[in-house]
Design a protein around this ligand. Structure first.
Ligand SMILES: Nc1nc2c(ncn2[C@@H]2O[C@H](COP(=O)(O)OP(=O)(O)OP(=O)(O)O)[C@@H](O)[C@H]2O)c(=O)[nH]1
Ligand SMILES: [Mg+2]
Length: 304
């Protein structure tokens, strides 16, 4: 993205929370903005489970984006932790971007609006996935959102294609505080390679399983051996599920599904780590971990 047209006199830097209902494209937008894969994405809701940092460096500003879990009506202890994580990012941000879509229903919208009700910091509404509707439908939708929060600009967006990004960035920069850069310019994210390795495996589980399984799956890295780097990194990961039947499905007939998950995750990891990766995957049952406070803590789903 070339942003030379920005005519700012002072350098700006601040945190920008990307929040919204599940599946609105927050992580897709983060990856597009950072131009790297720092967050996993999937067509299924509730993919993101942590607050993730993505840094964008521009000539006049450094924008510290915070991707967040989708905000919804929590049904499990895990859901409650996810909403708390998202709300913590709202509290810490200098600017909030509410990502919404034409597909979002009124109930989902109400849940978000209830969290934004007492927000006093600058808000921008990003209407994502405009590629999914006809052009004449865009303006009336933008007007609808304008009536909901008249003080917030409404920016139409297609994050997947990268449309509307310069306009969104422009609105963000206008609202950022004047401050020196917080991170060195080569610092794209806070997530460790170990964390991203677990996430890349979880993304493949999301893509290759359905119904309850993606939500009942958590990934823990048991070993991340860099002793042979830069030639090879050896990773051993465990995919936890909640029931024996789910374990069988993740493994698949003759281990086929687990093999595919492993192959695809390994290819992504090799790109990220820029070396050969040996990935060993195990599937284990941790009964009802989503309702177990100790399991949530051990798996890293506390407030981040
Ligand atoms: N058509 C279209 N699809 C999009 C666009 N942006 C994102 N998507 C798709 O929407 C789905 C959800 O994207 P994510 O980025 O995972 O959404 P999210 O808001 O991070 O979801 P959670 O982490 O579950 O809250 C994926 O299949 C994306 O490819 C867009 O602009 N247009
Ligand atoms: Mg996400």
């Amino acid at each position: 993205m070339t942003l030379d047209e920005f005519t700012l006199t002072e350098f700006k830097c601040g945190y920008v929370a990307l929040c919204g209902a599940p599946n609105t494209g927050k992580s897709t937008l983060l990856n597009r903005l950072v131009a790297d894969k720092v967050a996993i994405t999937s067509p299924k809701p509730q993919t993101t489970r942590h607050r993730l940092l993505g840094v964008v460096n521009l000539p006049q500003a450094q924008i510290l984006f915070l991707d967040t879990p989708g905000i919804m009506d929590p049904k499990t202890l895990l859901n409650e932790a996810l909403v708390r994580t998202a709300v913590s990012a709202l509290n810490d941000a200098d600017v909030v971007v509410w990502l919404t879509t034409p597909q979002e229903n009124a109930r989902e919208r109400e849940v978000i609006l209830s969290h934004l009700r007492f927000l006093t910091k600058p808000l921008i509404i990003a209407l994502n996935k405009i590629d999914t509707i006809a052009k004449p439908e865009i303006l009336p939708l933008m007007e609808l959102f304008h009536t909901l929060r008249p003080e917030a600009p409404v920016v139409p967006l297609a994050a997947l294609q990268g449309d509307g990004l310069p306009e969104l960035v422009r609105e963000i920069i206008q609202r950022l505080p004047v401050a020196p850069p917080f991170y060195p310019t080569d610092h794209l994210t806070d997530q460790t390679e170990r964390f991203l390795a677990a996430e890349f495996v979880r993304e493949r589980v999301f893509h290759h399983t359905s119904q309850e399984i993606p939500y009942a799956a958590a990934v823990q890295i048991e070993e991340f051996d860099e002793s042979e780097r830069p030639r090879l990194v050896k990773i051993r990961a465990v995919i936890f599920v909640e029931r024996d039947s789910q374990k069988g499905i993740v493994i698949g007939k003759k281990g086929e599904r687990l093999k595919t998950i492993g192959q695809e995750a390994r290819e992504e990891l090799e790109k990220m780590l820029d070396c050969q990766v040996y990935l060993e995957l195990w599937v284990k049952v941790w009964k009802n971990w989503r309702k177990d406070p100790r399991a949530l803590r051990e798996l890293g789903y506390g407030i981040s």
